[in-house]
Ligand binder design. Sequence first.
Ligand code: AHR
Length: 528
Amino acid sequence: MKKHKLLTLTIIFLSLSVEITIAQNARIKIDIERQIGEVSPLIYGNFVEHLGRCVYGGIYDPDSPLADERGFRKDVLDAVRDLHVSITRYPGGNFVSNYHWLDGVGPKEERVPRMELAWHRLETNEFGTNEFMQFAREVNTEPYFTVNMGTGTIEEAQHWVEYCNIKEGPYFAELRKKHGFAEPYNIKYWSLGNEMDGFWQMGHLNVKDYSKKAREAAKLMRLTDPNIKLVAAGSSNYRPGADPDNWNSTVLHELRDVVDYIALHIYVGNPDDNYYNFMSAPLVLDQRTQIVKGMIAREMQHAQRGDRDPVYIAWDEYNVWYRARRGASARGERALEEKYNLEDALVVAGFLNAFIRNADIVKMANMAQLVNVIAPIFTNENDLFKQTIYYPLQLFSKNVKGTSLDVFVDCDTYDTEEFNIGLGEVSTVQKNVPYLDVSATYSDGEVMICVVNRNKDKAIATDIISQKGEFSGNMKVFEVNGPNIKSMNDFEKEEVKTVEKDDIKVRGNKITYSFPPHSFTLLKCEVE
Ligand code: AHR
């Protein structure tokens, strides 16, 4: 990539000298034979935690006139369906480290309320395993459960698998039937705790103790149902003094024969209000992915996995989160009610591009979270609105599938200052950040090209070149943009959304397209 490849024309008119700066054409080259890997549909996942108004007042609100007979908000169900959420993680998050699943099953009038220690709420337990499974079926999402590896025991984890996945016979399978659910749920994805490297976790463990407990829990859970896929808790702690690489490499070493995924989490923000620094945040996800990919490769050389796939990465929490992260905004009934703007949506699009570019190793990702809590959907008693971050995620989940392509990009770049990508995390400097952030996929004769133009002020005219096959037919163009980088949505106001532009007739191996400033564009086009 060339740096500062600006063509400066000096026009001298009489004695007056005027400088005009023109961004030279960028280039994107794609070759449908230059492939990275299959895009897993599970990268379009989400997350429902018992936190703030995600469950209560979000997806579940039995007193609302908008609720159906089971208490689910019908407008929320519709918005979730439109998002095409492939997999949903439940019930936490930090919540799960002090959650005992038995509290949330059985007759509602017998369920006991508990002090919720992670987010400082009263947990009524009105909503639990069976309610979540009804919700999951309603919105056609694969369930993904996290067991309590903090205050919970390995036996409790085993009992939950038995309750969910065993048809009949043992006590917990019969208990589910007694609760009115005759058929097992066959929940395939289970994670062995959440962020267990975090000192904030109830029952936090050091890496040796975590690995040992997780391995034994995995043993009991797999003996109960051999078909389940297991996710190890990777590191989420990048604060100064923490050692995330040591945690990840040790967990991978200790659990390399046992687990199917390692979970990583990332939250980023723009507390210093520096747009260009913030826009580089997805590079950090790319870099952390590469580091863990290397660790996996090393361990897979010696792993005994039979014919199972290698361990993959699940980015099972990612998002922008920095405003509602401290003090009163981070606890209680209205915790984590972050409101998003256009620059946040562009960073989310950048994360999604990074998942596609790493499709060979990233096989699951879950935006955190689904409703109200750092979420794409935001409700009040009467209504909901779709936050800015809803739109890039929806465009990807509806369109971007098939095989990820290894794209060549040549465009102007910039360097960031030293900055903090999140709150309290290590600072970074990013060099050569391309103004165009690109990924592409190929499926059934169509290419999908996803482009964030990070440039705040300039459109970037770009030659898109197909190196194998010719573009043909009508190219579809979808754009997420808004009046400026701080534009936001709210009830009754939608400044940032997806706009479908006029189709463009294409033929041949080159398309020239101009990506508008601060935009995310999805181009969809046949290649023959
Ligand atoms: O998603 C909010 C919180 O962020 C989750 O509960 C926790 O896992 C992470 O620290």
